[in-house]
Design a binder for this molecule. Structure first.
Ligand code: APR
Ligand code: ZN
Ligand code: ZN
Length: 368
């Protein structure tokens, strides 16, 4: 039996349940979770914005220790420290072969089914299947994932910091470095200073941006963005974010604008605050039925690049260790990203704090 936070019905609090967990099968790995972050993507699911099979073990930003491996597993062994990779790419589909494992079709199917590659999960409750979010199911004392979803890491980084690498750091820093390829001396705006947005800000600082404008509605967090490299802040609750960014850039707009909330309105704002021939990068995830309104004439006449990014366009087996090395070298800040630590039983308090925007990152710490 394992204790896990389970979503039974959209819009309801998560229930702490004792689930049965079967042994890992061929190619699967059992991970004893040590820490897991509360990400807005989990919250999108709780609210019913990303419809998935229920009941579902949420959580995808996590780190732990390999406890047991199934037959055929070669890349990790019991005792290894691992970070969960929520896009376990197959290596064989057209996108993997193109060198874009972030867009792997097999991994996208697993996201939709909430299962492991064989179409089932090892979690069950009263004999009925329980699904797992993004192949991870990180809000559980133990989880079973495909080998590709357990990335071995250096042992000298605490699990709570390593967990952040899995989603918010990979997504934010990767959006800057892989997707936008921000050049030194650039101007950057970031809408949404949450776990992901703070990492876009520190990624932009790492890339040598000269001006980094952080936009949020929570003043205390805006103040903190300065320690991550923001040069200016805009409180979108007090003033129009697009006008404020135009004012700060001599009316031009920024070279790169990132949206890290997941709202169509702020996605349009990001586009509208990008200069001609600049780049807009959508990082936030809106519900599948939503659309963004963009002026049609501006598409040819302003020649902006509008793109999006999933998993920071990363390749976790390469990028997770690299990001941890950057932390160890003092080039990435991880400790100050953690605003609050919760026990698994307090997870609904953590989501309430996420909803109000008060945390940069809230984290579940698993008991020994
Ligand atoms: N204008 C500006 N900022 C806003 C607004 C708004 N209208 N509404 C909310 N915010 C801010 C919140 O105050 C918060 O700081 O957006 C931030 C969102 O942060 P988190 O909830 O921590 O979200 P995060 O986990 O960073 O994810 C952001 O990226 O990966 C995706 O699914 C994820 O869509 C989500 C996005
Ligand atoms: Zn996430
Ligand atoms: Zn693939």
């Amino acid at each position: 039996m394992v204790k896990a936070a389970v979503l039974h019905h959209y819009g309801e609090p998560l229930a702490i349940e004792e689930l049965d967990l079967a042994a890992p099968r061929f190619g699967e790995v059992k991970v004893k979770m040590k820490a897991a972050g509360l990400c807005h993507s989990d919250w999108h699911v709780v609210q019913g914005q990303l419809p998935l099979p229920l009941p579902l073990v949420l959580g995808h930003e996590g780190a732990g220790i390999v406890e047991e491996v199934g037959e055929g597993v070669t890349s990790v062994q019991a005792g290894d420290h691992v970070v969960l990779n929520w896009v376990p790419s197959c290596g064989r589909c057209p996108y993997c072969r193109l060198g874009r494992p972030d867009l792997c079709e097999a991994a996208a199917r697993l996201t939709a089914t909430g299962t492991l590659p064989d179409g089932t999960t090892r979690f069950s409750l009263g004999g009925k299947p329980v699904y797992q979010f993004l192949t991870a199911g990180a809000f559980s004392e133990r989880t079973i994932v495909p080998e590709q979803a357990a990335i071995p890491i250096r042992r000298d980084v605490p699990f709570e910091l390593a967990a952040l690498i899995s989603c918010s750091v990979m997504t934010g820093v990767g959006a800057v470095i892989h997707a936008a390829r921000v050049r030194p001396g650039s101007t950057v705006a970031v809408i949404g200073a949450g776990g992901v947005g703070f990492n876009i800000i520190q990624g932009a600082a790492l890339a040598g941006a000269k001006q980094i404008i952080a936009i949020d509605i929570v003043e205390e967090k805006l103040t903190m963005t300065k320690t991550f490299g923001a040069t200016h802040t805009v409180n979108a609750g007090d003033e129009d974010a697009v006008s404020a960014v135009l004012d700060l850039t001599d009316g031009l707009g920024v070279d790169y604008a990132f949206e890290a909330i997941g709202r169509p309105e702020t996605m349009a704002d990001a586009y509208n605050m990008t200069r001609k021939a600049g780049m807009t990068v959508i990082v936030g995830i809106a519900a599948p039925h939503e659309t963004v309104e963009i002026n049609a004439f501006s598409l040819p006449s302003q020649a902006k690049t509008l793109t999006g990014v999933w998993l920071g366009q990363g390749n976790p087996p390469v990028d997770y260790p690299k990001l941890l090395d950057l932390y160890a070298a003092g080039k990435l800040k991880l400790e100050p990203l953690i605003s609050a630590v919760y026990a698994l039983e307090q997870i609904n308090d953590g989501f309430a704090a996420l909803k109000s925007g008060q945390n940069i990152r809230g984290l579940i710490r698993f008991e020994e």
